[in-house]
Design a protein around this ligand. Structure first.
Ligand code: GCU
Length: 603
């Protein structure tokens, strides 16, 4: 009798925890799959006012202005009227885009910039309207027609506001106070090795959906089950018992699911061809409710670890990767177009990659979708970077919000296999607790993918390194950042370096590498020459060949990127030069060393 009771409990646990998103996200942050919605773009030139003293927000008593703030976009109504700002005769900035690379005088600027967009809008009957921001760095306070809609912090995740009934046919004005000031308690905190590009850095949309619409959904293979598709569809204003159809025409599947408490759960047998780097097959999935229809292109694959190996679709896979920052090729600054995403991904493919680490923050949805189409597996992470305030509750909540939004946005992307919760964080009880909780949050939101973190805490032991960070306990895959031959040791010494792993878990060399100025040549012991970087890669690859628990790598980094910590003007000119390709798209010698390793080994 007693055991039967235990079995029952275990059965309930497994049923409940085998699909994505079983922990109902209390307030879905944004509507799922914005690209598939009826959207009106607000991209283009916006009027802007640079306001370092936040004069448009605070009065001289440094109290927030209820009235007469720049959010009112006021115009003089009479000759004697005193209005000391005017959006329409001030500067203009392109959206999406960072302000730092658009104007010399804003290159180093950190602070508040007010953005204003005027637009007409054909309001449709019985529709709900959202204004949707793909990303604004860092803090955004948003106003429509002078009324505050709300605010958001976090420079790399989407957010939206309901503007139903607030839109006019003519002369709407959307005002956004954007502030990219670095704050100690923020995520990321005050020091990063990437430029603090400020602005409305990704697209802005006006969305129109039916009163009752599909707000969110998850369609994936059940955990480690290649023939069971399971998931759910969440309706906004759906009726209890309403039927939602899930169609996968190419699999000849048409499933009915009934709405209960706003969610229609489903699970059904299917034999999809599995998504993989060699076969990046995506299936058209239609979700149809009484009043709404959303279509997505979804791939199906399984991902798991066994011992120190990673298995994709049940087969051991070696992750031949590269790290990428969201720095635009050629023009530099934030990536703003699909074309720029494709260029970076093409370079990764040319390198022989089947995997990329999108560092150190969620990149655009376009980057993830383009990578998925190209058959590139993804490590996506949040900017819990270096020494954030681990004992600060608000800092934790901020990190958890960014994590939840990242997972919520991309949970239907087969290409994403790893959620990264931190990079190079110093060991402490507060840190361990902070990151343990984040790892548990990932598992609560998505138990089908792997949790990871990039560590630089490996300790030195006789002739080698030992992976013994307590965080190893909470992750599925251990990322190691090791700069042998650059920040420590001579390149030659790396080849013989031995590694020990205290955990029976896969390790990914999440960073290794060294700097070189493209076109600078010399002896291989001359720093900054291509020959030095080339030799460093050769010795490190030699080292990595002997690490039996290494399941992949993402060397630092695909392309040189801007960083405020790189002041050696004759070489760096504000760029981190560890790229294998210059920001002008010219490969360095080390590019070919890594490419040969990927194309001729680990196949
Ligand atoms: C660190 C860090 C990166 C940085 C790199 C470097 O490991 O994670 O963000 O750019 O080292 O020093 O080049």
């Amino acid at each position: 009798m007693k055991y039967r009771y235990h079995f029952l409990l275990i059965a309930i646990f497994f049923i409940q925890y085998s699909i994505v998103g079983q922990e109902k996200v209390k307030k879905p942050t944004v509507i799922q799959n914005i690209d598939a919605r009826d959207i009106t773009s607000l991209n283009g030139l916006w009027q802007a006012i640079v306001d370092p003293l936040e004069n448009g927000y605070y009065n001289h008593r440094y109290l927030p202005k209820e009235k007469n703030g720049y959010f009112e976009n006021k115009k003089p109504q009479s000759p004697s009227d005193l209005i000391e700002y005017d959006f329409d005769s001030d500067i203009e900035l392109m959206v999406p885009g960072d302000w730092n690379t658009q104007m010399e005088k804003l290159y180093y600027y950190e602070g508040t910039v007010w953005y204003k967009k005027s637009f007409d809008y054909e309001v449709k009957e019985n529709q709900i309207n959202y204004v949707y921001f793909e990303a604004v760095n860092y803090e955004a306070i948003v106003y429509l027609n002078g009324e505050k809609l709300g605010s958001h912090v976090g420079g790399y995740t989407p957010f939206q506001f309901d503007v139903t009934g607030k839109l006019k046919e003519k002369d709407n004005f959307l005002v956004v106070k954007v502030d990219n000031k670095r704050l100690r308690e923020a995520i990321p905190t005050v020091n990063t090795d990437w430029w603090n590009y400020g602005g409305i850095t990704r697209s802005v949309h006006l969305v129109s959906v039916p009163q009752s619409h599909i707000k969110d959904y998850s369609v994936q293979l059940k955990k480690n089950n290649k023939t069971q598709i399971a998931g759910w569809v969440d309706l906004e204003n759906g009726k209890e018992g309403e039927i939602v159809n899930i169609e996968i025409p190419e699999l000849n599947k048409k499933i009915e699911a009934k709405v209960k408490d706003g969610r229609a759960n489903f699970s059904f047998k299917a034999k999809p061809e599995l998504w993989s780097p060699d076969t990046p097959i995506l299936y058209t999935v239609n979700m149809i409710s009484q009043n709404d229809r959303v279509t997505d292109q979804i791939g199906f694959r399984t991902i798991e670890t066994k011992g120190s190996k990673i298995f994709l679709n049940g087969e051991n896979i070696f992750l031949k990767g590269i790290s990428i920052h969201e720095e635009a090729p050629f023009k530099t600054g934030r990536v703003t177009t699909k074309e720029e995403c494709r260029i970076l991904l093409k370079w990764a493919k040319d390198l022989g990659c089947n995997f990329i680490r999108l560092a150190h923050y969620p990149h655009s949805e376009a980057m993830v979708k383009e990578a998925e189409k190209m058959g590139i597996l993804i490590w996506s992470e949040i900017p819990v970077y270096w020494t954030v305030l681990f004992d600060n509750k608000d800092t934790y909540q901020n990190a958890e919000n960014q994590l939840s939004t990242m997972i919520n946005r991309d949970k239907n992307r087969a290409a994403i296999i790893l959620w990264g919760i931190a990079n190079e964080t110093p060991e402490s009880d507060a840190r361990n607790e902070f990151l343990k909780n984040l790892s548990l949050k990932v598992r609560a939101l998505d138990s089908t993918r792997l949790v990871t973190a990039a560590l630089d805490t490996q300790s030195s032991a006789e002739g080698g390194k030992v992976i013994d960070d307590p965080l190893g306990e909470y992750v599925d895959v251990i990322g190691i950042n090791s700069y042998c031959g650059w920040y420590v040791d001579e390149p030659e010494s790396c080849a013989g370096l031995k590694w020990k792993n205290n955990y029976e878990k896969p390790m990914i060399m999440s960073e290794m590498g060294g700097g070189a100025l493209q076109g600078l040549h010399g002896e291989k012991n001359e720093r900054w020459t291509e020959e030095y970087q080339e030799a460093l890669y050769e010795y490190n690859i030699e080292m990595m060949r002997n690490i039996e628990f290494m399941a992949g790598l993402t060397p630092w980094i695909l392309m040189d990127f801007r960083s405020p910590r790189r002041h050696l003007q004759r070489i760096q000119k504000d760029f981190n030069r560890k790229g294998l390709i210059s920001e002008q798209g010219v490969p360095k010698k080390a590019f070919y060393i890594l490419r040969d390793y990927y194309l001729n080994e680990n196949n």
